[in-house]
Design a protein around this ligand. Structure first.
Ligand code: PMV
Length: 327
């Protein structure tokens, strides 16, 4: 048995715009997906996930998805199998063992599809565990690249390298097109996360922004403005200016709202955090539902979120300097 884990992330700045070559700064947080694999003596894949933020499920499948033996509805099967299939395909390719079969167990403390990078963490930890089970150790660079290819395929080309690079490397990172780098240790960032219990469809939301950007010059300008904001945010991060970071997060949320990717539940949490005196707050990830991330060193934002209708849970998160971990 081989186990690897990888962290989820929040976007300090730059989601969506990063898809069009603007920079983004995601930060890994201390919520992890753990993937355990055991090689099988056939070429089938069995996935078990009992600790996700949805009812547990088990699915066993081989070459033909129609012969899948499942205990849950089809859309969850697609969610489960897409990233795991992709991770196994990458591991088979990296190790040169095209017909390796695996039993895969996923335990994750990252809400699914909620903007905290659950799929990237599963892809990173899954590829790492499966390649090691086949006797191959990938460098972090190759692991991040292969995990990106999984996300890119599953999301039908609508993915940046941000989530997968951040989950592999840990810490705060900067991604601009294919250029990915880890940033120096940032100041203490008092993250508070609000979760509405829902999800957004990343592919659909990215396609919506793409259509808006093609239709209106001012939407394209909005995407570019997010890029300018990220560059300003990087300066604030280097200078340890948390107040300015917060102001820029507020602005970033406004621009994401203008691009149509916020939601009533996300805006309700954003306003609750603002009213509670958060230093800054924005949605994180694709939007449409899921999570907001705030900065607040006091308890006020977390408490306010707990009492906000539509907020299912509120919790603190720490920056996680460690990326993929071999358990
Ligand atoms: O919601 P998440 O964690 O899948 O993040 C999506 C971020 C986007 O910028 C919208 C897409 C991407 O791949 O960068």
């Amino acid at each position: 048995m081989t186990t690897s884990s990888a962290p989820g992330k929040v976007y300090l700045f730059g989601e969506h715009a990063v898809v069009y070559g603007e920079p983004a700064v995601p930060c890994a947080v201390d919520r992890r997906a753990r993937v355990t694999v055991e090689q099988r003596d056939d070429s089938r894949i069995r996935v078990e996930a009992d600790d996700l933020s949805l009812d547990g499920f088990t699915v066993t499948y081989g070459e033909n998805p129609d012969d899948a033996d499942v205990n849950v509805p089809g859309d969850l099967v697609a969610a489960a199998t897409g990233y795991v299939d992709g991770a196994v395909a990458q591991a088979r390719d990296a190790a040169g063992v095209p017909d390796a079969g695996f039993s895969v167990t996923i335990e994750s403390a990252i809400p699914l599809g909620a903007g905290l990078g659950s799929s990237a963490a599963v892809a990173v930890a899954g590829i790492d565990a499966a390649t090691r089970a086949l006797g191959v150790e990938l460098s972090c660079g190759e692991l991040a690249d292969r995990a990106y290819r999984v996300e890119h395929d599953v999301q039908e080309g609508q993915a940046s390298r941000a989530d997968t690079f951040c989950s592999t490397m840990g810490g705060a990172v900067r991604v601009e097109g294919d250029a990915c780098e880890r940033l120096p240790e940032p100041p203490d960032l008092p993250f508070v996360i609000g979760y509405d219990g829902g999800t957004g469809d990343t592919g659909e939301l990215v396609a919506g922004v793409r259509a808006l950007r093609e239709r209106y010059g001012f939407a394209a300008d909005t995407v570019e403005s997010i890029g300018d904001l990220v560059r300003e945010g990087e300066r604030a991060l280097r200078e340890g200016d948390v107040a300015r970071l917060g102001e820029l997060m507020d602005y970033n949320h406004g621009l994401l709202s203008a691009l149509g990717v916020s939601a009533r539940s996300l805006d309700a949490m954003v306003w609750a955090a603002r009213d509670a005196g958060a230093t800054g707050v924005k949605l994180t990830g694709a939007g449409g539902g899921g999570c907001v991330v705030a900065l607040d060193e006091t308890d006020a934002t977390e408490t306010a979120l707990e009492y906000t209708p539509g907020c299912e849970s509120a919790f603190r998160a720490e920056l996680d300097a460690e990326g993929v971990r071999r358990e």
